[in-house]
Write a protein that binds this ligand. Sequence first.
Ligand code: ADP
Ligand code: MG
Length: 691
Amino acid sequence: MTSLDDISVTQLKGVGSALAEKLAKLGIHSIQDLLFHLPYRYEDRTRVVPMGSLRIGDIAVVEGEVMKADLVMGRRRSLQVTLRDDSGFLVMRFFHFNAAQKNQLTEGARVRCFGEVRPGRAGYEFYHPEYQVSPPPMAAAGEATLTPVYPLTEGIQQPRVRGLCQQALGYLARFPIKDWLPPSLLSDYQLPGITDAVKLVHSPPADAAVHLLMEGRHPAQQRLVMEELLAHQLSLLQVREQIQARAALPLLPTGDLPEQFLEQLPFSLTGAQKQVMKEIRQDLSQPVPMLRLVQGDVGSGKTVVAALAALQAIGSGAQVALMAPTEILAEQHFRNFQGWLAPLGIELAWLSGKVKGKARQEALAAVASGQAQVAIGTHALFQDEVQFHRLALVIVDEQHRFGVHQRLALREKGVGGQLAPHQLIMTATPIPRTLAMSAYADLDTSVIDELPPGRKPIETVVLPDSRRDDIVERVRTACRQGRQAYWVCTLIEESEALQCQAAEVTAQELAERLPDLKIGLVHGRLKAVDKASVMERFKSGELDLLVATTVIEVGVDVPNASLIIIENPERLGLAQLHQLRGRVGRGEQASFCVLMYHPPLSNNGKARLQALRDSQDGFFIAEKDLEIRGPGEVLGTRQTGLMQFRLADFERDKGWIEPVKGMAPALMQQPAVVSALIRRWLGENIRYGEV
Ligand code: ADP
Ligand code: MG
């Protein structure tokens, strides 16, 4: 039977090849695609709002009489039309207008207009509103409907899309949309069938609950939201299936490497570290690739866990790759692992994009022959020229900068290209539970929910930059007492060059003001060797103060550093600030973090910095960050594609995450349903599913 998926949009009246091409840019090819091009909000044009009740940002219909219409010269010439009703007044402003308009909008004319309230020089204003002079009576309360608003692309206007969707709805009587969800599930949640839901959201009937529709909480919308979240969940589970369709080398170590390693550590593992190790050990012993995410707050000791996992692979005669997102972090891991593993007779190779010439050839040869049991580096590790001898475990630090595509690609790197390596993913940033359940549905999760004993809380203060002199003194005092400090310069992230420049200027200024201190500087534009040598000098205590950009955000571990100054913290996300702050509080002594902001601070900015001052719980801070900035920002750019929903809103709809996670496994047994739902909701965005 023909389905709406097989009927091209060109069947619709008015859709020629030019329009079809534009629609294709929106991912719309078939009538079904069009019907799943859903309104992301509605305009309420059903009732006239009293002007006196408007607030900035309201989108509303008002109706009144023209009090006066003036040509205003100012910086840009405009036509300023003041309307009034019984409750107040409002200005319509036009920067482009013709004589006919001007002649129509004269004193005493009756006007109905629709627009968004903005603060203007004459009070509240609508810029270029849609308007009608001498409007017909409004539809009676029982007859009016909401106006859907659709996502657009260049060259297609709102009314055009509305018209096409209305035409497409006409097909539903003959070709209902296939409902892939079991009826029992719909009745459990009291949700409508798919065809009814689609019809309703495109063309809400007059008696539909307006406030629910406006908020996206109408059952018809929620039915679609749920299906969309489910489709995303299924697509990740499909990735997991594709990876686990390959076998893996079960890692069953002989010898006592882990015991030797633990003996040489100056501390014993926390209960949480032991628990997580148990989970990892179990996974690694299976002939199926492990896909595990380890989360833990800053300083919870993820690196040791990574090392123990590595030893399980090495003890089984296999190789390990450890990848970090930045040079500094990779370098630090290399040093840590070198210090821990070399005494056990294990060989390591270092590979970053900046390792060139003979050193590179040697590293590549050591990895290819299996002489190096561990390879550590940046993503350069996974270029084609890097051939492993017997790779069985890939550890990725700081997952949030890494996407699901790469996870899938790693599958190809295993032993002989046949066996897939186990994957252990570590994130520095705690991820709110709901977000982890949806964005990392392809991974099993372990949480290190305990800090090593003896950590002192970090005291955080929020100060304006007018206190800079005091803060500089504070650095002097701390360093005189033998402590070390970080001074972090931030700028808008887009401009790395400017950020580095700012750090250079600050380093110079501080050097002049603190002549008795030894000051180092690191930023993203330094050569890798220079960066490494500055870090090393700071680590060994030779430098007192490290001026840095946000490159030191993750992983850097210098326990003697107990003071961190962060300039312009209002520019950064909470999770990032929490990470930066986590550079201190790693040693014996009490630690301090100074958030030095540039006034004035917005209310939102104030609330954010206070949240950070008042809490040191990374999971709590991550929840706040998610509320304030949304999932795309919290996860970092690579993952955002995944979290771009048509209809679902992560905050509003997080109540679905748990049920959806529960529904998914049963549906996975029906591959036809899985691919139909993924195709319906993710369409062309799902290329990685086919790699
Ligand atoms: P993160 O989870 O932020 O990556 P790290 O692995 O860098 O944390 O560990 C932070 C610091 O805590 C390191 O100096 C590490 O040696 C130390 N550490 C790790 N585990 C323990 C433990 N069980 N007891 C004491 N110190 C520990
Ligand atoms: Mg770390």
